[in-house]
Design a protein around this ligand. Structure first.
Ligand SMILES: Cc1cc2nc3c(=O)[nH]c(=O)nc-3n(C[C@H](O)[C@H](O)[C@H](O)COP(=O)(O)OP(=O)(O)OC[C@H]3O[C@@H](n4cnc5c(N)ncnc54)[C@H](O)[C@@H]3O)c2cc1C
Length: 288
């Protein structure tokens, strides 16, 4: 395991990106994933450990044009209390309300939840159905370069993303939901919070003349990454949420996922949960 040879605590984005450019840097935000993983011997904190908590550009939630920009360092507690999140993105607040304990929520950040790239990360499924885009910054030639990518395309496997080694996740941007937008999140674990999801489901869309359009469905903990569910989306798109549509979508959801057996649930149980909870969530949307 590589020892820590250098500890850096930059106080600006420019400084942080300069350090990242030197290579072999482990980024530390709240540490709620990093520290347990390091203690368990699953990852090395060195040779350079960079604590980003003093970088002001990574903080805060703000309206930016037609999007809400959430700085990577925003904690789960801050998300829960934020007026923009509560007003425009209640499904994200709902997910945060089922996230760990107060202690973990106070330290854990949205950037860390994304950076950890767990298929069961609780902010990921709601962010995907909200069409979130990640913002990445680097300083390859002495000046800051940024790029954006849909969160749904960012994950490549458990703990793996398309972030380059010299890039910092600076923020996540979510388009302001339009009139008629609905979104729901459901997490199943053995306990309502304080537990890693056995499965999670996000459903969103715009209700127009009684039909669901711009449909987004995503699942957590049923694949190596959180995933969108195109066949379930197609079963719903443009349709009235009547009993037949809901039954067809729930069946499509069960057929579409290919989960594994693990300590939290068997594959069969996960598929049944996906079916039953997709149906229940759509019933709720139809009754709203
Ligand atoms: C007891 C306990 C309960 C938990 N319960 C839940 C739960 O209910 N739901 C859930 O989803 N998670 C849970 N977690 C996991 C963890 O708390 C979250 O994933 C949290 O959001 C991680 O944020 P952090 O700031 O602590 O990340 P860190 O541990 O600091 O970092 C996590 C990873 O992201 C990288 N990273 C962090 N910030 C950036 C950045 N800006 N740019 C690029 N890479 C970055 C780090 O290098 C590291 O690889 C739990 C953890 C514990 C210990």
């Amino acid at each position: 395991m590589t020892e820590i040879e250098r500890y850096a605590a930059p106080t600006s984005l420019d400084e942080a990106l300069g350090i990242l450019q030197q290579g072999e840097v482990r980024i530390l935000a709240g540490g709620t994933d990093l520290m347990p993983q390091s203690k368990a011997g699953r990852l090395a904190l060195g040779p350079t450990l960079m604590n980003i908590r003093r970088v002001p550009e990574l903080k805060g939630v703000a309206l930016d044009g037609d999007a809400i920009r959430i700085g990577a360092l925003t904690t789960i507690t801050e998300l829960l209390a934020d007026p923009l999140v509560r007003q425009h993105l209640p499904v994200l607040a709902e997910a945060c309300d089922h996230f760990a304990s107060d202690q973990i929520r106070n330290a854990g950040t949205i950037g860390g939840n994304i950076g950890n790239a767990s298929p069961a990360g609780d902010t990921l499924v709601p962010l995907i159905v909200l069409d979130a885009v990640v913002e990445l910054a680097s300083k390859p030639n002495g000046s800051v370069a940024t790029r954006r990518m849909p969160l749904a395309e960012f994950f490549t496997g458990p703990g793996r993303t398309k972030r380059a080694a010299n890039e910092l996740l600076t923020a996540v941007r979510i388009p302001l939901p339009r009139a008629g937008h609905v979104a729901r999140f459901y997490k199943f674990g053995t306990r309502p919070a304080l537990d890693i999801s056995a499965i999670s489901i996000g459903i969103a869309g715009v209700v127009r003349d009684g039909a669901l359009t711009d449909t987004r469905v995503a699942f957590g903990a049923v694949a190596p990454t959180p995933v969108r569910a195109p066949r379930t989306e197609a079963a719903l798109e443009g349709k009235r949420l009547d009993a037949a549509t809901i039954a067809a979508a729930a069946n499509a959801a069960r057929d579409e996922v290919a989960p594994i057996d693990d300590v939290r649930a068997t594959a069969w149980y996960r598929k049944e949960l996906i079916h039953n909870m997709t149906k229940r969530m759509l019933d709720h949307v139809a009754q709203a």
